[in-house]
Design a protein around this ligand. Structure first.
Ligand code: SAM
Length: 211
């Protein structure tokens, strides 16, 4: 089990290293409007601490108000390199970046007001472990924010997503992660769950850190 987790993580590292140069070109149109909607709706206050887990190329960076403190972590050095260029170019003095495995965060307990993972939970080999880590580093009553695709509740669509999931993992994510599974096994106290558009592929989950 442990070995296969390492293998999966290494596989993702390779895949996202390959994406780094083209990532914004391929994904920005889909991901950025959703990040904008969610991050702007949080009402982040001056001095608050935000952890952006799996920040990738830093698409979200410009959305954080300069009066908060942001740490962005990612497994992929090449993805972070693109994010670092944005930090430099825009003089984002409130942002720090670090290469780190989200499943083993080298961060203290009870540190962040917001722990945010956009389009990451279905990329890691163990989504429940990610939730546990997000909760651990979040302050008590901090907010856990997830934007992701989850398996449809429609039986036929869900079956198709299950069938194509092995193919999806070859390009960097799984398509069969069920939200109910995540809520139950991650013991998530969901405060708000919605889609930006009625038939959107991606859902927004805002949960209280109920530790
Ligand atoms: C689909 S991208 C999303 C990037 C960014 N959050 C966004 O919304 O554009 C998934 C990211 O998760 C990162 N990732 C995958 N496994 C990870 C892990 N175990 N720890 C930290 N980051 C990881 C990848 O390197 C990649 O940058």
């Amino acid at each position: 089990m442990r070995e296969s987790l390492v293998l999966e993580t290494e596989k993702m590292k390779k895949i996202y290293a390959g994406y780094a140069k083209f990532y914004d070109l391929i994904f920005k149109n889909f991901f950025y409007p959703r990040q904008r909607h969610v991050i702007q709706s949080l009402g982040i206050k001056p001095g608050e601490w935000v952890l952006d887990v799996g920040i990738g190329t830093g698409l979200s960076l410009s959305l954080y108000p300069p009066y908060c403190n942001v740490l962005g972590i990612d497994l992929s050095g090449p993805m972070l390199k693109v994010a670092a260029k944005k930090v430099m170019k825009n003089g984002f003095g409130h942002v720090c970046l670090a290469e780190m495995d989200a499943l083993k965060l080298a961060l203290k307990d009870d540190t962040f007001d917001y722990v945010i993972a956009t389009f990451v939970i279905s990329v890691v080999p163990n989504p429940v472990q990610l939730i546990e880590e997000m909760k651990r580093v979040s302050k008590k009553d901090g907010r856990i924010v997830i934007v992701n695709h989850f398996q449809s509740r429609h039986k036929v669509v869900a079956k198709i997503e299950e069938i194509i999931s092995p193919l999806c993992t070859k390009v960097g994510w799984r398509s069969d992660l069920a939200l109910d599974y995540l809520i139950k096994n991650g013991n998530l106290e969901v405060d708000n769950h919605y889609k930006m558009k009625k038939l959107d592929l991606w859902s927004v989950i805002v949960a209280n850190n109920n530790k």
